[in-house]
Design a protein around this ligand. Structure first.
Ligand SMILES: *Cc1c(COP(=O)(O)O)cnc(C)c1O
Length: 243
């Protein structure tokens, strides 16, 4: 517990010398019209999110369901909340009433749970399929073959309270921009394949969520419609070892 509060204090201290408004404006100035900015605010205190909100930012990304719920409760109601981190089925209930989009769908089982929770709240929840595009072993996500199997299944076809709106992926964490670019191009290829074969008549299927602080300019060049930027807006994150 002591470690957790120290991390909070450290994240608070960082607030003083970071110009959130300027960071958002600088990034937005580089984005084409088709690309929207998600401010990734995980681990950051609500005061910093409010500062971003006051600067006009409305899309926020969090990677933990409970943290997102807690922030949602105290921040303005017109924020669009995007869940971008790995989501366990037993955590969907915390966000189902308000989440705008879940970027991290990586199994039929998770999709079925989202459906169940969406029904409880009488709403439809927008989702992205997360793909494993990096050469690192550790990143979550589907392969194209797994996604096709999912989309062909009767279980998927029976779902009526979720909408698949596109795809999401994370490139390898490397300075090798050629590799990063090829991974984003691969995700765009996956997007185009699924669009052609499964969502040709579906206007909702249009999001390509890719690009973080260090690689979003490449992602934009490769067709991103949503970029997820954290540390370039809010500063570096501090994580405890006791987490
Ligand atoms: C944390 C996170 C980001 C943002 O990372 P930064 O490097 O701080 O911009 C983007 N996407 C996902 C899935 C994340 O977990």
């Amino acid at each position: 517990m002591r470690c957790v509060s120290l991390i909070k204090i450290k994240n608070h201290l960082k607030m003083d010398n970071i110009d959130i408004k300027k960071n958002i404006e600088t990034i937005k100035a580089t984005l084409p019209e088709r690309t929207r900015l998600i401010a990734v605010s995980k681990t950051k205190p609500v005061e910093m999110l409010q500062e971003a909100y006051d600067a006009g930012q409305r899309l926020f990304g969090e990677n933990k369901a409970q943290e997102m719920r807690d922030k949602h409760e105290v921040l303005p109601g017109d924020i669009e909340w995007h869940l971008i981190g790995h989501l366990q089925t037993n955590k969907v209930k915390y966000i189902a009433s308000f989440v705008r989009m879940i970027h991290s769908i990586d199994s039929l089982q998770l999709l079925q749970t989202v459906e169940k929770e969406a029904i409880k709240h009488d709403r439809t929840i927008d989702c992205l399929l997360q793909f494993h595009i990096a050469s690192e072993e550790t990143k979550f996500g589907l392969s194209l073959e797994e996604a096709i199997e999912l989309l062909n299944s009767n279980e998927y076809k029976a779902l009526s309270h979720i909408r698949i709106c596109g795809v999401m992926g994370m490139a390898t964490n490397t300075d090798d921009t050629t590799l990063v670019r090829s991974e984003f191009a691969n995700l765009r290829h996956i997007f185009e394949t699924l669009k052609r074969d499964y969502f040709a008549d579906n206007d909702c299927f249009r999001e390509l969520s890719m690009g973080m602080s260090h690689d979003y300019p490449i992602a934009v060049e490769e067709g991103a419609t949503l970029v997820r930027v954290g540390s370039s807006i809010f500063g570096a994150r501090f994580y405890g070892t006791a987490n």
